[in-house]
Design a protein around this ligand. Sequence first.
Ligand code: AHR
Length: 657
Amino acid sequence: MRKIFQIFSGMIISLGVIAQAPPKIEIDATRPLVPIQSTMYGVFFEDINFAADGGLYAELIKNRSFEFEFPWMGWKHLPNAETRFSNTNELTIYNNSKVSPANPKVVRVEKRDSSQFIGIQNEGFDGVGLKSGAKYDFTAIVRSNKGNISIEVQLLNEKDQVIGTTIIDKIPMNWGKIEGVITSSETIQKGKVNILFLGQGQLDIDFISLFPQDTWKGRKGGLRKDLVQLLAEMKPGFVRFPGGCIVEGRTLAERYQWKKTVGKVEDRELLINRWNKEFSHRSAPDYFQTFGLGFFEYFQLCEDIGAEPVPILSCGLACQFNSSEMQPLDEIDPYVQDAIDLISFANDPVSTKWGGLRAEMGHPEPFNLKMIGVGNEQWGEEYFERYEIIAAAIRAKYPDVKIISGTGPFAEGEMFEQAEKALTRLKPNLVDEHYYKPPKWFLENASRYDKYERERYKIFAGEYAAHPKGTDQPESRNNWEGALAEAAFMTGLERNADVVYMCSYAPLFAHINKWQWNPDLIWFDNLNAFGTPSYYVQKLYANNPGSKTLPILSGGETLAGKNGIYANASLDEKTGEVIVKIVNTSEKESIYELNIKGMPKKTSGKLWTLKANALNQYNSLQNPQNIFPIESELTIEKGKLSARLEPNVFYVFRMRK
Ligand code: AHR
């Protein structure tokens, strides 16, 4: 007969008297096992679901340089469509490479009658999000050809009422930038922006832009603060960018070319986004890439949030789910050069061509790039032969840079086995595995890496997410069932930290009205954002990785699903804390005694509990913290802790040793 205690919130609660001694979970804090890499838990960024333009990149004007497939997309003519062709006024698009040869289209405004009102109106990305009292920087590149036109910029609310305005009356005769600051008097989710042309004459205008002043770190033309904040709070070990299939492109011409994403923003050539019409059920014909968020900005973001940059580059093979277009092997050189030059851009001294560009962009210090991926989710001999050439060139020039290869889209099966064979020969430093599977797969695969060959290569679980079923609400697929399965699976990643060096949930961001792929880690609209239950699982892991694994057994076995219990333990050698992660995926409550060897007589700690009322619960813009980690205090005596594990719960214990 024994008394059972629950220790939560620093209180010991007697649960009554039961007949049997609870099973034990034995942890040995005196015997650290294998190192957990500081890069273990990271994030995967791809411009899918309007994650970049219309998302993280805070630009509010859609099609700012009139380079979309249809140049007027996103714009309306004022007062009406006829304005463009009236006798007195004209609005035309023409090519002029003076502003930017990469983005040559500009708008010509011909205004013969000063008493008439003409202008253009931008609809933003699903509207323009504006905040009351916030200031917005308007800029455009213009020239006045004749007469005297001034420009009024208006912010409009959903009823088309003006809620902020500025007039710019000094228009340069040669191409030049005009600027104005507008304060919004209302908070609006789906506003609009009017550009009105006052007076009479002829004027050319291009690159019309509006940014909130309140960006991440206050950078002009920067990133959305609330979204970066959510990333920073995760403390990710790395950021993988720019994808994903976007790296490959549907065709080679549509692949991601980092060199076209650096330098002056006006000179970054617009490209269609490959997710534009990929899925007919979520078609987004207005999805393009301005690359205002380009490789410099990715590196800067990594530096800001203390994450290692992990760029992935094209290997000369377009997406095999689309065209499979291939660069011939004897013409692969530009792809090789792109990889070499990227490392130079990130790491070489300012005296070099690419290091010089980095300095010109405001970052003379190197970004200290340590890893690079060659190809994304590709398979077959056509991939491995291209990988081999590019990897050999990187190794020859930058032997310290670690190279990541892909294994294709599947986590098992013939294609995966072929990849294993080829990669055993090619010996990349890290091998990227992807798994988008139902929650059940994650529960059944928590011991996947227990069986991996230790010496072959290291794993980067670069894209994964449990895909439960949801309701008709997009965010409902990010429910507790999926997040709990991911938490359980991740105990196995961490337990096998000698094999698994990195992992990242995918995709990262999704606009609530403009997504293509779901589930996703963080959802947002034009003004707000929230973390899904999966986000909080990732955050708890990334905030509490520990530096070495610790032995943890129950009845002599690893905790990898028996009775629905999954667990791992680690030691943070810097702080001297023992971290225990326990997931109960069963519908039943369980009582365990945690026995931690090597703990002092009495010590304290913290406990985070992540749980939900039901597996189909999820977070939303209306209820962003429906599922949210609850922090409480712990007291541990003689290394013993009687723990009541509630059903369907994820706990992280952190205890001073
Ligand atoms: O994360 C979404 C997509 O899933 C990625 O672009 C691709 O690599 C995978 O198929």
